[in-house]
Design a protein. Sequence first.
Length: 465
Amino acid sequence: MTKITNHLPTAELQALDAAHHMHPFTNADVLADRGARVITRAKGVMLTDSEGEEILDGMAGLWCVNVGYGRDELAEVAARQMKELAFYNTFFMSSHVPAIALAAKLAELAPGDINHVFYSSGGSEANETNIRMVRRYWDQMGKPDKHVIIARKNAYHGTSMGAASLGGMAGMHAQGGLPIPGIVHIGQPDWYSEGGEMSPDEFGLMRARELEAKIDELGEGKVAAFIAEPIQGAGGVIVPPDSYWPEISRICAEREILLIADEVITGFGRTGNWFGSQTFSITPDIITVAKGMSSGYVPIGGSLVSDRVAKVIGSDEFTHGYTYSGHPVAAAVALENLRLLEEEKVIERVQSDIGPYLAEKWHGLADHPFVGETKIVGLMGSLALTADKAGRKPFASEAGTIGYMVRERCFRNNLVMRHVGDRMIIAPPLVIAKSEVDVLIERAVKSLDEAYKLARDEGLLKTAD
Ligand code: PXG
């Protein structure tokens, strides 16, 4: 066992945590009963907990630690920037060097005519900006009726009022009176669960054409924008069929609506390019970014905006902004993170080396009796658990029961692999080594084997009919 830093015993930490700390998306009573796993430090792709256990982080924190943990370069830049200029705002005709330098770098990296950034502290805030920005854009264009935003079921765009409304998670809409007015949802391109007898491409076209039908139903004069993640992340790493994005692009080109690509997860190398929009040949007007922008070392996000939209928005005062828009420490760390991604050729490696290496092993899991489908793009992958490989039918048990069983086994086997319903998902740091990929797969197989036996013994290997 490795030496652990001096801190309270785990049980005491867990008791204080349960007594005072309200966790996101957590039933506090269950947490109090089981106790949180307390992570104390991390290096590369490995986490260490308060018991000294070493855990392979197959989720890069929360889809964000792209350059891996423990990078001195980022810590040093943060310390330097705090000493030089810890904070200044970007309101009232002020600016500062880190915000300026990062904006210029983002403009260089972003695709097409996307050359502007409106900063936030994370993805939810950036999507709040987007809602106000696209509505304001059409107001300024003399079309104040174009305010409706079309989003998708099972999308995740954050948890603030607007962002959670854009999201298509029923459980979130059920809390807090959501969605807010002017946001509507169409179906998601999840062929495995919803494609029935259609081929993936037929289904992809069908789901894309729901956008066209929705625009017609509402009237083009009412629709401001369509928002979508290139690959749904929190929804279960749903990779759309090949036919989907080209058809969405056709519809967006033919209709007068803005396209917002939410790249909070797919940005900064996750799919093997700087942006998922490049991987799928999407031409958005706005890109939502956060997470990998700073590799999660500091909170920062933003809306990357096209020349066309920025010109209109900039022609009058946009009454919007956050105290921490372009925070100097966050901006300096993000800039250094982008330097690391670029100079160490991390993204090229995802595309042509570690990505294909992981993909081959990941697809190998399709032979496991528990696995119905494997999907992976760059370093984000998912697998569908099943008791019926050919029929793609869901389990008879409540959705997520089996996924949770596998996740529990992973937890015990020191692998962070998440479940979304009965899909398992991974998104490791982009710097993961081949030997670490081997460990990830080994622990995943062990966990699948154990959970499969457990499910069989408990009579849970049954499909719903
Ligand atoms: N858009 C997308 C596509 C996201 O994945 C957000 C916006 C919101 O970002 P902030 O920084 O406000 O959290 C996200 C965040 C999960 C999980 O369970 C995913 C996210 C956040 C928390 C949990 O997979 N994604």
